[in-house]
Design a protein around this ligand. Structure first.
Ligand SMILES: [Fe+2]
Length: 208
């Protein structure tokens, strides 16, 4: 059993235990790691920094900002708990720089900004097997938020998904009112890429 399936199973077990067998305290419930069942990828807030019509690029770090190189990859699946790939899904990504600032720190449309103001955002499309990949740098921290990436996934015949992913081991997660609901399904385990960077895998299941 792979790690994700294992976590899914453990999480389901915890939910059943919490719901039916034991009267846990509020504190204990808050500490439970799995608020989602992962069959469909959960949504999260859009936040104030979504800019529409960003470019189709593989390396989001177009201005070569300093930071820890980060590779992300995964697949987009159709429907609840399936492994049915979705081809041509548009995955828009945006995140903060190493110092926690967005570029731009605003919303609207790319045409509202100068090209030099726009980076660490863009989109990729899924391949025939549902796969995607992109490069960037690890997002920095800002405010009281846990470290995160923003995603908007859109494709015909499926509900739009606006969500965020988090970083396993980030001790801000339990204190972040959005991150703490993510469950293990949106907390990504990043590993060393052997070149001073990190790589992580995030799959999405879209509702039909
Ligand atoms: Fe954010």
């Amino acid at each position: 059993m792979d790690r994700k399936k294992f976590l899914k199973k453990v999480g389901l077990g915890l939910s059943l235990v919490a719901g039916t067998q034991f009267m846990t305290s509020c504190k204990e419930k808050e500490d439970q790691p799995n608020a989602e069942d992962c069959k469909l990828t959960g949504s999260d807030i859009l936040g104030p920094y979504f800019v529409a019509n960003s470019a189709n690029i593989v390396n989001l770090n177009t201005l070569n900002f300093p930071g820890t190189p980060m590779m992300m990859m995964g697949k987009v699946y159709s429907g609840e708990g399936t492994n049915t790939p979705v081809v041509g899904a548009k995955i828009e990504i945006w995140h903060a720089d190493d110092g926690g600032a967005y570029h731009p720190e605003g919303s609207g449309d790319v045409s509202d900004y100068e090209p030099a103001e726009i980076t660490l955002r863009g989109f990729v499309l899924t391949e025939a097997d549902g796969s995607y990949a992109f490069q960037s740098i690890r997002p920095g921290l800002y405010g009281s938020r846990a470290r995160h990436l923003h995603f908007k996934v859109t494709v015909a015949d499926h509900d739009d998904l606006v969500t965020q992913t988090y970083f396993e081991g980030d001790n801000r997660i339990p204190e972040d009112s959005f991150a703490k609901d993510a469950g293990d399904c949106r907390i990504v385990n990043y590993t060393d890429d052997g070149n001073g960077g990190i790589k992580g895998v995030m799959d999405f299941n879209l509702a039909k």
